[in-house]
Design a protein around this ligand. Structure first.
Ligand code: UFG
Length: 342
């Protein structure tokens, strides 16, 4: 069964392509290569041991999308990852984010309707919950005004998808990721980045590697267990596997609402200092850190109630924080040995 994967050479997309193949699906991978490397295609092929179908497509160009669906008339569902995701950049260049993230989603929906394709899995974020009052946060928590244009595009896309699903023959599962970390255990794929990292764990691994003198921890005076911010870190392969559960639910007609949302996390709140300790314990490498001022726009604490995904998607995490840290470090070593990759 053919499943279209948009942004399939990105971080979560590439791990999901591997899991789709492991589960017997045939992914049609598209990417515009603006934020990803074509080498990821070969790397996925190395893991799965066979060629994959890849097309370089610009989703903001509707004609390219129509041509894609004409070329592959037997696509049975879509997983939509493709989006810009650098929070800071979205603040300085909001139009880039609104244009790309919204237009690509609108084009996809219009073309899905045209070609009568119903199931869509959307890549959303816990950013829609902002700074939640009740923890762990479940799917009924109120949606907060977004702190960044990036976060706003996730909220806007959810609204667009919900309205479209309610009015048309389309079904959507929106997966709200908490903090995906780590890499494939083979160290063949992981998070590629051009320039400085965008997330905590690559900052930790780059410090361990000696690329940085120290890790800056943004704030030690938060109202949390040790004063540092709390998040719900989840292994990227566990995130990837949830997409297979979502696709299974849709193609087996088990959907009960036309727009369903699920939190994807480990369900555990972990502080930044605990993350440093977890890395040190998993690898035996000491991390030099310095507690600095708070980072603007940071949420104090957010972690997931994952009951809904556990019970309805029949999905649960299999990897531990130690697994994630070990895999993140092995991936950093892979990047170190292949400096052409970044
Ligand atoms: N942090 C540091 N030092 C660093 C980097 C991060 O202390 O060098 C801290 C942050 O302050 C935060 C935690 O590590 O407390 C995690 O930060 P990340 O940047 O890895 O992730 P965020 O939780 O801030 O961001 C995530 C997603 C975004 C999303 C955002 C809002 O990555 O896509 O949540 O919910 F928009």
């Amino acid at each position: 069964m053919k499943i279209l994967v948009t942004g399939g050479l990105g971080y979560i997309g590439s791990h999901t392509v591997v899991e789709l193949i492991n589960a017997g699906f045939t992914p049609i991978v598209i990417d515009n290569l603006s934020e990803s490397e074509i080498e990821v295609k070969e790397r996925i092929e190395k893991i799965v041991g066979k060629p994959i179908i890849f097309e370089q497509v610009e989703m903001c160009n509707k004609n390219e999308m129509i041509q894609l669906f004409e070329k592959y008339p037997d696509i049975k569902g879509v997983i939509h990852f493709a989006a810009y995701l650098i929070v800071n950049e979205s603040v300085t260049n909001p139009l880039k984010y609104y244009h790309n993230n919204i237009i690509s989603t609108l084009n996809l929906l219009e073309v899905m309707l045209q070609f009568k394709i119903k199931p869509l899995v959307f890549s959303s974020s816990c950013t829609v919950y902002g700074n939640p009052e009740d923890l762990p946060v479940n799917e009924h928590a109120p949606i907060q005004p977004a702190v960044s244009p990036y976060g706003n595009t996730k909220k806007m896309c959810e609204d667009i998808l919900k309205d479209t699903a309610l009015a048309n023959d389309i079904e959507v599962i929106s997966l709200r990721y908490f903090n995906p970390i780590g890499a494939h255990e083979s160290s063949i794929i992981g998070e590629f980045q051009d320039g400085p990292p965008h997330h905590l764990v690559p900052y930790i691994t780059e410090t361990a590697r000696g690329l940085r003198n120290e890790l800056r921890i943004f704030g030690g005076d938060w109202n949390t267990k040790d004063g540092t911010c709390v998040r719900d870190y989840i292994h990227v392969v566990d995130v990837a596997k949830a997409h297979i559960s979502a696709v299974d639910r849709m193609i087996n007609n088990k959907i009960s609402e036309k727009f369903e949302v699920y939190n994807l996390g480990m369900g555990v709140g972990v502080s930044v200092l605990e993350m440093v300790n977890a890395f040190e314990e998993a690898t035996g490498i000491k991390i030099k850190y310095n507690i600095t001022a708070r980072r603007e726009g940071d949420v104090e604490a957010v972690y997931a109630d994952t009951t809904k995904a556990n019970q309805i998607l029949n999905w649960k995490t299999e990897k531990t924080l130690t697994d994630a840290m070990r895999d993140a470090w092995n991936w950093e070593k892979e990047l170190m040995n292949n400096s052409n990759l970044i």
